[in-house]
Ligand binder design. Structure first.
Ligand SMILES: [Mg+2]
Ligand SMILES: [Zn+2]
Length: 196
């Protein structure tokens, strides 16, 4: 009945795909992390949709504008494209309750660990959370993934956000980077190794 729902790997951006520089806002600051693009190519080849989900509170803080965000994101995607990789979707949360930009200074469902960006992507892109994954460099990424029912991997290529302080922040797997996270995912998918 209906079309087959697609599995996805939800990816944090800063510190997971590209170097964490602290409120990335200019194309010149974009540097992909080693092996990240190749990992995305392998995950795509295994049938996963790749969806970027990114907290961008710099918008609510007034550090940069949406035009800056789009320019930086375009550069991330350009560099990925040069290596044969791409995202199927990109969602960002511009909000922060204590922000200084009035219309963005609010509580929302989309700021991770909230699951709003995942919920939106699942609905719009015809995805299933079952058998899907979350990869990010912060415990909030893990908590977001867990809350959405995803197998959640913490990578240590950005913020060294460790150890978990609550059970919700406990990753299913701890990986040095996205390349290692992809290895683990693809090994599980091949059925060679059960979940930890
Ligand atoms: Mg991050
Ligand atoms: Zn939001």
């Amino acid at each position: 009945m209906g079309s087959v729902l697609k599995k996805a790997v939800f990816l944090d951006r800063d510190g997971t795909i590209n170097e964490e520089v602290g409120y990335l806002s200019r194309p010149q600051q974009v540097r992909l992390l080693p092996g990240a693009a190749a990992a995305m190519v392998r995950l795509r080849a295994a049938g996963f949709a790749l969806v970027g989900i990114s907290n961008q509170s710099g918008l609510a803080r007034g550090y940069f504008t949406e035009a800056d965000l789009y320019a930086a994101q375009a550069e991330v995607e350009r560099q990925l494209g040069e290596l044969g990789a791409s995202l199927d979707g990109f969602y960002y949360c511009p909000h922060l309750p204590e922000g200084t930009v009035e219309h963005l200074a609010k509580d929302c469902d989309c700021r991770k660990p909230g699951t709003g960006m995942i919920d939106q992507a699942v609905k719009k892109m015809g995805l299933t959370t079952e058998g899907s994954y979350m990869v990010g460099d912060r415990l909030g990424d893990v908590a977001c993934g867990r809350a959405a029912g995803l197998t959640s991997i913490l990578v240590q290529s950005g913020h060294e956000d460790w150890p978990p302080r609550t059970p919700e922040q406990e990753p299913h797997f701890l990986a040095p980077d996205l390349a290692a996270a992809a290895n683990w995912i693809l090994q599980r998918e091949s059925g060679e190794d059960g979940p930890a």
